[in-house]
Ligand binder design. Structure first.
Ligand code: NAP
Length: 177
């Protein structure tokens, strides 16, 4: 996910208006559309929390489209939410059993979209192999944290750092076992 420097992925009310920043880092890399497109092709399915899905539904209603293409998208929820597409499946129950028993045998690259509750659960349960954390050049003071209720330390290995022209720094970590 993308976060403010103080570790928030959204304001308390869910707004992500601060994601658009106007910084410029001279000498930073440019995010090439071709690269993003090729990277998205490597993702086999998406998993997201219901609040992140509700944000995606709102974006779609406002005419910004659906970011997850035709890839299977699993929404974790205990509620009956509208399914925006046939590729969306609502899921509940034991997350570790769902990921290891149902998703891993079918999908190689499973992308956890977020939000903070799901990323916290994912790390706490030892389900993540890799973590991508993009730091934006802004401090917002309060909001929804990147990792909710983690409850333990998780050691990481820094595998890649890319600083972009926009001032965003993308960190890729591998989860150490
Ligand atoms: N900055 C970024 O890159 C980024 C990325 C993603 C999201 N976001 C933002 O993050 C915010 C949402 O984050 P969040 O932490 O509040 O919520 P979230 O992680 O998106 O969703 C949490 C909800 O998902 C359901 N859930 C989670 N684990 C479950 C499980 N194992 N089984 C069944 N249901 C489960 C529960 O809701 P139910 O009541 O439905 O059961 C839970 O309250 C949104 O504002 C979104 O826009 C930002």
């Amino acid at each position: 996910m993308a976060a403010s420097l103080d570790g928030f992925i959204a304001r308390k009310d869910g707004r992500v208006d601060w994601l658009e920043t106007s910084d410029e880092f001279v000498g930073g890399a440019t995010m090439e559309p071709g690269f993003v497109e090729a990277f998205l092709k490597t993702i086999d399915c998406y998993v997201m929390g219901s609040r992140t899905y509700e944000t995606a539904l709102r974006f779609a209603e406002q005419g910004f489209g659906w970011s997850y293409g035709d890839k299977p998208t699993f929404v974790l929820t205990s509620r009956e939410l509208p399914r925006i597409r046939d590729t969306v499946e609502l899921c509940s129950g034991d997350l570790a059993q769902f990921v290891n028993g149902r998703l891993r045998p079918t999908f190689r690259s499973i992308w956890f979209v977020g939000g903070g509750v799901v990323s916290g659960e994912c790390l706490r349960l030892g389900l993540a192999d890799e973590l991508r954390y993009s730091v934006l050049p802004i401090v917002i003071g309060d909001g929804i944290p990147f990792f909710e209720k983690l409850g333990r330390d998780v050691a990481l290995h820094l595998a890649e750092v890319t600083a972009y022209k926009s001032g965003m720094v993308e960190l890729r970590y591998e989860v150490r076992r």
